[in-house]
Design a protein around this ligand. Structure first.
Ligand code: ADP
Ligand code: MG
Length: 423
């Protein structure tokens, strides 16, 4: 029966993928185009052997491995399957051999043309494209079949069984879609494996860098202490030099502690405090900087109180970094506004500036470690703030328009009393 033969064909066309999924596990050489070509060629040949002969034609799923091999295995694998089908069809012979050969060429053209573009598509689109090419192969077969029927003078309506063509269409489409889905699964699995390895490497590097930073900080503190002592006895030029050295040492120290803070935000003292109070304190703290830059720093705070239970100093640090960035981005006579608005168990804190804003590309890089556009910038401030807010289960989002300004929205959840018990 046609359906039985085609279901067997379906199993045959899927077996190379299942086999390579077993063989590939950890071994790259099984992923090679030659192996893929060999497996799919065998499948295509087996399909041709276990085909169903009716209406002068042989019905099978040989074009499924052909399309799949070109798209997922590359030109070498595809070429091997093409040669197998071509050679195999000539070997089998018969009256309709020319149709078989012409079909193979027509069907192979589309995946060959699409091969380069194929990997630029998203996974779901790749599956869709593969199914589409499967439909194309069916159309080619149907057209050549119709051509043959009219050539030999057979009336289609007399001799042709509609359910048969439906069975071929449905089984072929299912087989090619499942094959594409299975390949996508394999691809995703190997991509995830690589990603995990990369993440592990980065994690180790990060830990190493943090321990080095920690080791460097101690001698720096000692050097700074002694230089401060020496400075007391110096006058004139030496005094100035030492001041410079001390300020640069201070900078190095703050970079290291920022980095360490990023690597592991330390919540030392967990307490229950009022968010609007902290915002007022931070705005007061940064007012001198704003005045120095000629920027107006304003706060618009809702009168409803909102309590957080976390490390107050860490939150302050996060806010200082973000508001400082807003002030630094704003030109003279610009304005920075800090707003607070509670909404249920969440608090919205917005930092608005009328500064230079950011391009789309800059916006996508914000929060990346060491990303800075400033001469003396460290590129740590935003990353540290994001890490701290994240550790508080909060969220930060940026909106910015070049030349108009930036809006930073922080959403913080209300503190839960149980948290205080744990810590
Ligand atoms: P740094 O301040 O040392 O440069 P940050 O991590 O604090 O490092 O900021 C990274 C970069 O993000 C800044 O150099 C700046 O280009 C950009 N940036 C951050 N906040 C704003 C803002 N409010 N407006 C415009 N650009 C900003
Ligand atoms: Mg900064």
């Amino acid at each position: 029966m046609l359906a039985e033969k085609l279901l067997l064909n379906m199993l045959i066309t899927l077996s190379p993928i299942l086999l390579s999924s077993v063989l590939m596990d950890g071994k790259r050489k099984f992923n090679s185009p030659i192996v893929s070509g060999l497996l799919h060629s065998t499948a295509a040949f087996a399909c041709m052997i276990f085909s169903y002969a009716k209406y002068d034609f042989t019905w099978d799923l040989r074009y499924v491995p052909l399309v799949i091999a070109f798209l997922y295995g590359g030109p070498v694998a595809g070429g091997m399957v093409f040669a197998t089908i071509f050679g195999g069809r000539m070997l089998i012979g018969g009256d309709t051999v020319v149709y078989g050969l012409v079909n193979t060429v027509f069907i192979a053209i589309v995946p060959i043309l699409l091969m380069k573009k194929f990997w630029h598509f998203a996974p779901n689109k790749r599956v869709l494209v593969t199914t589409g090419i499967g439909a194309w192969s069916l159309l080619v077969c149907y057209l050549s079949f119709t051509a043959h029927q009219s050539f030999v003078g057979d009336s289609l309506t007399l001799n042709f069984n509609i359910p048969d063509i439906l069975i071929v269409g449905i089984i072929d489409t299912i087989a090619i879609t499942i094959a594409a889905k299975l390949y996508e699964g394999l691809h995703e699995r190997s991509r995830m494996k690589e990603e995990i390895q990369r993440a592990e490497k980065l994690n180790t590097l990060g830990e190493l860098a943090a321990s080095i930073a920690h080791e460097v900080r101690n001698p720096l503190t000692v050097v700074k202490g002694f230089l401060q002592l020496m400075q007391q006895d110096e006058k004139g030029k030496n005094y100035e030099y030492l001041s410079l050295v001390l300020s640069e040492l201070g900078r190095a120290e703050s970079i290291i502690s920022d980095y360490l803070n990023f690597a592991k935000p330390k919540f030392e003292k967990i307490e229950d405090f009022s968010l609007p109070n902290v915002l007022t304190e931070v705005v007061m703290l940064l007012d001198p900087l704003a005045v120095k830059q000629g920027v107006q720093l304003e706060s618009v705070l809702d009168s409803t109180d909102f309590h957080l239970i976390t490390d107050r100093n860490q939150l302050k640090q996060a806010l200082v970094n973000l508001i400082k960035n807003a002030i630094e981005a704003t030109p003279e006579s610009g304005k920075v506004t800090v707003c607070y608005q509670p909404s249920g168990t969440l608090a919205n804190v917005t930092i608005l500036d009328t500064g230079k804003g950011m391009t789309h590309e800059q916006l996508s890089r914000i929060g990346t470690l060491f990303y800075t556009t400033k001469d003396k910038g460290t590129g740590l401030g935003t990353s540290v703030s994001l890490r701290i807010i994240e550790a508080m289960n909060g969220k930060v989002s940026y909106k910015s328009e070049l030349g108009i300004g930036t809006e930073v929205l922080m959403i913080l959840p209300e503190g839960k009393k149980e948290l205080m018990m744990i810590s």
